[in-house]
Design a protein around this ligand. Sequence first.
Ligand code: SAH
Ligand code: SF4
Length: 408
Amino acid sequence: MNKAESERIGSSLEQQGYQATATAEDADFIVLNSCVVRQSAENRVINKLNALKPVKKPYPGITLAVTGCLVNSHTDQLKQRFPQVDYFLKPGDYPQWLEKESKLRPVLPQHPSPSTFVTIIQGCNNFCSYCIVPYRRGRERSRPIAEIADEVTELVHYGVKEVTLLGQNVDSYGRDLPDQPDLADLLHKLHTIDGLARIRFLTNHPKDMSHKLIEAVAELDKICQQINLPVQSGDNDILRAMRRGYTVEDYRRLIRQIRDKIDGVALSTDIIVGFPSETEQQFQQTVNLLSELRFDTVHVAAYSPRSGTTAAREFEDNIPPAEKKARLIRIEQLQERIAAEINAQLLGRTVAILVEGRKKGKWRGRTKTGKLVFFNDNNNCLGQLVKIRIEKTSPWALQGKVETGSND
Ligand code: SAH
Ligand code: SF4
């Protein structure tokens, strides 16, 4: 979501005549988009802000704005702590601010890549005990279907081929709108847009993901077979303490339904290790679940107490950092093995990829299941759907050659 918002901020500024600079020292206007989901992310923002102090001092003409989840409701305190900052804008407030300050409307990316993000729902109502997001991004606000469809149509007009719909919990989409449409309704509508080749969405919530949505993904051929379904832990007591609203059994059942309905679906999940009082046995339950369900991708994080959350208030952060790190590495190593095995099955197979860009002289794109593929080609392949025969695999990416003379 931050990446999507940063892209929008950048293109709004370009539209007003600003150009990106290589270094902060060369800039007239600096916008820092912050993440504070874990202490390590918050530390990075604070280090950046401190590093910008000397840049700001000799040139008082430089404007420094901070947005993203560092910005809470106590902007007075933030101003005292970071006097070098001119504006603090709450996450998502940048468009209104821009309109007020500059009388210009925020704009769509001018030179969008073939694949871009579209936020469909802001905020979160879930209040998982460890999570700061609802406190900083507020309650759920969905954008009407017509507004999203208009935006996607315009993006397609500018050359976009694939959109990723964003929300902290996309399964809540529409609940706050007058006629209460849901994500499946939105997908059906977007599916009719000519020139749009692929649609992805994230993130789903195991307590809210519906049958109707699974059916829509199975049925509509532009929807990518890729689902991110964060489980967070494989232990029911930890899940309860996290206030996730489902059990391991519920989760397993949901995964079975998804795999039964959606052919070749790629699944990813998020895990937190070292939640307060997580025992070795409870951690082992998570390891067992990951071995059993075999995800394509696992995002793992060490628990980080966030001030203001119920977990930070009610539970002692009592798993030592070294133990958290050890658990994190165990998950990463297990997942590396699983992903290597899953990806190796693609060796010799031909996959359709949408080419998103170039990196180190190679074209880069993704399969419908979200797998990163690199290949060489002298033609300009940007934005094209090409068929690639996979010649090399690793846990993180695939490499191959353009398939010629094949119609499959
Ligand atoms: N809405 C999504 C994403 C939330 S934030 C969801 O429900 O999963 C992205 C990830 O950051 C979460 O999935 C979680 O694994 C991690 N995270 C959030 N708060 C955290 C905390 N306090 N400590 C460690 N990881 C955290
Ligand atoms: Fe945070 Fe839970 Fe909302 Fe995800 S669903 S943003 S983890 S409170």
